[in-house]
Design a protein around this ligand. Structure first.
Ligand code: NAP
Length: 308
């Protein structure tokens, strides 16, 4: 075992037979290992990502390597909120329950431009997609309670800075800057959501996976930086099945049952910047996010009496 893999307190023998787990961004990297871990525990595993061909291959690999035939793939592209809504409609049509949601989709090195939804592409892929997906799936998770949501952030969040009215502005932030902002937003919405869903039986956590041996920088245009940064991940990153253990721990372990709303690293509570305690900021980010992803009154479980 390498020193970098030396967090041993995450191991858990919890089985997931009869449970349903959704892992976003499971076609590569850590997401694949998270899905595999859940499948090995007997869960019905739904893998979601944007590329159908990759999804089909990933599903076949998961079934073959775990012997669990209960793996389903569903396409969803975070570049389009319409795609997220279509995915959610499929979930409500075909899945009577959802016990675990791991929000793992993330990308760096994408273009600095607006999407068809008028949001900054990096913010949408790293934050608004997750926000919308989680908001819309919450009623299903409440029906399946106790259930858990894990939001994958990054240590980059400490460089993040949320300017509510400027967060989607093209040309305002560096690529790493906007990635950091989005990863901070993932943590702030975790804190705020936890306050708003008290008593629902749904827990929500955020976590920093540390460095992992993925090809996370593959979207960079610049060949030198792409190769240098991916090589650095290979050298300094942890093995991905170990990184996956941290999200799995938060999704299943009884030891964190009372820690909803908290931020974790290496399976222990971790520093998440003072922004997380700024109740004005977390509240305004939540409300502004609802406006920007255009939560319809019928979708809004905070105000629609049908959800009570
Ligand atoms: N690796 C690290 O050192 C590190 C460090 C800190 C945080 N993280 C976070 O950990 C998470 C997993 O990253 P990873 O290292 O495993 O990277 P990865 O291998 O690049 O995995 C990212 C996943 O997200 C999917 N994805 C990207 N853009 C998408 C979109 N528009 N719509 C739908 N799916 C999309 C990718 O699909 P495709 O296969 O189609 O691209 C892939 O399945 C990310 O949230 C990342 O920010 C990673």
């Amino acid at each position: 075992m390498s020193l970098r893999d030396e967090f041993t307190n995450c191991e858990s023998d919890v089985r997931l037979d009869g449970k349903v787990a959704l892992v976003t961004g499971a076609t590569s990297g850590t997401g694949y290992e998270i899905a595999k871990n859940f499948a090995n525990r007997g869960a019905r595993v739904i893998i979601a990502s944007r590329n159908t061909e990759k999804l089909e291959k990933t599903k076949a690999n998961l079934i073959e390597s775990t012997g669990n035939p209960n793996v389903v793939h569903r396409q969803m592209d975070f570049e389009s909120l319409k795609s997220v809504r279509a995915f959610v409609t499929e979930m409500y049509t075909y899945e009577p329950r959802l016990d675990i949601l791991v929000n793992n989709i993330g990308a760096i090195g994408l273009e600095d431009r607006l999407t068809e939804d008028n949001l900054n592409l990096m913010m949408q892929v790293n934050y608004f997609g997750t926000f919308l997906l989680t908001f819309l799936l919450f009623p299903l998770m409440k029906l399946s309670a106790p259930s858990r949501i894990v939001n994958v952030s990054s240590l980059a969040l400490i460089l993040g800075h949320i300017e509510i009215d400027q967060m989607n502005e093209v040309g305002r932030y560096s690529n790493f800057g906007i990635y950091s902002n989005a990863k901070l937003a993932d943590v702030l919405f975790t804190v705020e959501m936890n306050k708003r869903i008290q008593g629902s039986g749904v827990s929500v956590f955020s976590m920093d996976p540390g460095l992992g041996k993925s090809e996370f920088f593959r979207h960079y245009d610049d060949g030198f930086w792409k190769s240098a940064l991916n090589t650095a991940l290979l050298i300094f990153g942890r093995r991905l099945h170990r990184v996956a253990t941290m999200s799995v721990f938060l999704a299943i372990d009884p030891r964190v049952a009372d820690s909803s709303g908290k931020h974790f690293r290496d399976c222990a509570e971790f520093y998440s910047t003072w922004f997380a305690n700024d109740t004005n900021l977390t509240c305004s980010l939540w409300e502004r996010s609802k406006q920007l992803v255009r939560i319809h009154p019928q979708e809004d479980w905070e105000t629609n009496f049908l959800y009570y």
